[in-house]
Design a binder for this molecule. Structure first.
Ligand code: NAD
Length: 473
């Protein structure tokens, strides 16, 4: 077992109090991290505030170089990092590798983003332009499903925009992020990036801290609401990436054999613990029987187990709380007599938070397992008749994160996409995010956006400078 320290003001430090981090595959302690409180937070914020004075004045090129250094540090140590990620998060090695290389790729790509001045007026009377200025010290709070990707997608745009950051990983998955902190300690100027760990109660301290100017948060909608409330005291800027209950819509012209496997992984990647996983799969009645059979058949070939073992496709649920919640949803479905194509029948007791692959056969629309975000290896298949009906059903949710349409007729797919009330819609794929396109939720799935220039702007204020050209002074 290794102790992982925090990064504050360019130094790796601890406070002598520790939190254990478990491997969800076997419930054994894999590492310890500092259990921080107000004192450590104050120190990190003060360091970020001091560093902001110089960092805000750096050129685009200097920031780009530092961020590319972060990308390189992650890529060069990918082998160690993905193994550590599996040991704390549970995801299979191949998916952990994707996350680590994905985070390095995101950092490299986003280092190239720029926010150029915009000329609003340029005539005999005035020259007016809008420039973007960094908001200041950012508080970043991230969840446990993609701990590294989420940390990088907060740290990188903050630095590129000229801000400094204090980041808090989830207490369930802080290890890989702290190892990255150690690797980038001498890459980033002291105080620009601070990473501190602690239990959930550290979150509200960040949200309410008087010397933090902006909160960027990824996590549940319930916590997002608390953050909005906590940040309201001094009107901090906020970006919230929250929950989702994304719908996939499969039209009758889709090739059953070809889409079955893709649909499976759109729900079961990372054991379903993905905000943009397909959580409701609507299949047209003409192909429902064939496609549901093909998905259930494919599911039989996928191994649920320890992510560090070769051949594992679906790892454990990341933590006990989420494990209990997913089991409760499955139990509710059983109690209501809904039909299972796979799962539901096994006793998941034993060591490790394993849940069998669970596919439900056309449960009612108001079943909890359909209406709530499952965030686990669960896939309700739902039969539909007409396009108008399925659009209405897909939109009947408090969430609005993403969705997909599967069809050979891509024009038809786009026509449907335009009627969905979500921030992202894919035609014939799922979960693809580009570093250059904004990603954000509608309705209760979020507030603001990450990624792309829109995401970068969220770390800045607009400032308009106007020169009166025909003035007499
Ligand atoms: P969570 O909201 O419980 O926790 C997220 C983070 O917030 C953790 O670091 C936690 O310590 C901290 N936190 C807890 N209480 C807090 C408070 N009162 N104030 C401030 N911070 C607090 O979420 P989770 O269970 O870690 O993650 C799962 C959820 O995240 C799911 O709902 C999922 O859909 C969502 N998610 C969304 C996206 C997205 O981009 N939209 C991505 C991943 C996950």
């Amino acid at each position: 077992m290794t102790d992982y320290k925090n990064l504050i003001d360019g130094e790796m430090v601890d406070n002598g109090e520790w939190l254990d981090v478990l491997n969800p595959a076997n419930e054994q302690v894999v590492g310890r991290v500092p259990a921080c409180g107000k004192d450590e937070l104050d120190r990190a914020v003060a360091a970020a505030r001091r560093a902001f004075k110089d960092w805000r004045k750096t050129s685009q090129e200097e920031r780009q170089k530092v961020v590319q250094g972060i990308a390189a540090a992650i890529k060069d140590n990918a082998d160690e990092l993905f193994r550590l990620l599996t040991s704390e998060q549970g995801k299979p090695h191949a998916q952990a590798q994707q996350e680590i290389y994905g985070a390095a790729g995101l950092a490299a790509a986003q280092s190239t983003l720029t926010l150029d001045d915009v000329v609003n007026q340029d005539d005999d009377q005035r020259l007016s332009r809008t420039r973007r200025v960094p908001v200041g010290v950012v508080g970043g709070i991230v969840p446990w499903n993609f701990p590294v990707m989420m940390a990088i997608q907060k740290i990188v745009p903050a630095l590129v925009a000229g801000c400094t950051i204090v980041l808090k990983p989830s207490p369930f998955t802080p290890l890989t992020t702290l190892r990255i902190a150690e690797l980038i300690k001498d890459v980033v100027p002291a105080g620009t990036v601070n990473i501190i760990t602690g239990e959930d109660h550290l979150g509200p301290m960040i949200t309410e801290h008087p010397d933090i100017d902006k909160i960027t948060f990824t996590g549940s909608t319930a916590t997002g609401k608390k953050i909005m409330e906590g940040a309201s005291g001094d009107l901090k800027r906020i970006t919230l990436e929250l929950g989702g209950n994304d719908a996939s819509i499969v039209l009758p012209d889709a090739d059953v054999e070809k889409v079955a496997e893709q649909l499976f992984w759109s729900s079961f990647s990372n054991a379903g613990q993905v905000c943009i996983a397909a959580k409701r799969v609507y299949i047209h009645k003409d192909i429902y029987d064939d496609l549901s059979k093909a998905i259930a058949e494919y599911a039989k070939s996928v191994v649920v187990g320890d992510g560090s073992q070769q051949g594992t496709g679906v790892g454990p649920i990341q933590n006990k709380k989420q494990y209990d919640r997913v089991l409760e949803l499955i139990q509710d479905a059983k109690d209501n007599g809904y039909k299972f194509l796979t799962g539901g029948d096994k006793d998941p007791s034993g060591t490790g938070y394993y849940v069998p692959i669970t596919i439900l056969d056309n449960p009612p629309e108001d079943a909890r397992i359909v209406a709530e975000e499952q965030f686990g290896p669960v896939m309700p298949l739902l039969k539909f008749d007409s396009i108008d009906e399925v659009i209405e059903r897909a939109n009947n949710s408090e969430y609005g994160l993403a969705g997909a349409v599967w069809t050979k007729d891509t024009d038809k797919g786009v026509e449907i996409a335009e009627q969905l009330e979500t921030g992202t819609v894919w035609i014939n794929e799922f979960m693809h995010l580009s570093p250059f396109s904004p990603f954000g939720g509608h309705k209760q799935s979020g507030f603001g956006a990450e990624y792309g220039v829109d995401g970068l702007k969220e770390f800045t204020y607009p400032q308009v400078i106007t020169v009166k050209r025909d003035a007499v002074v």
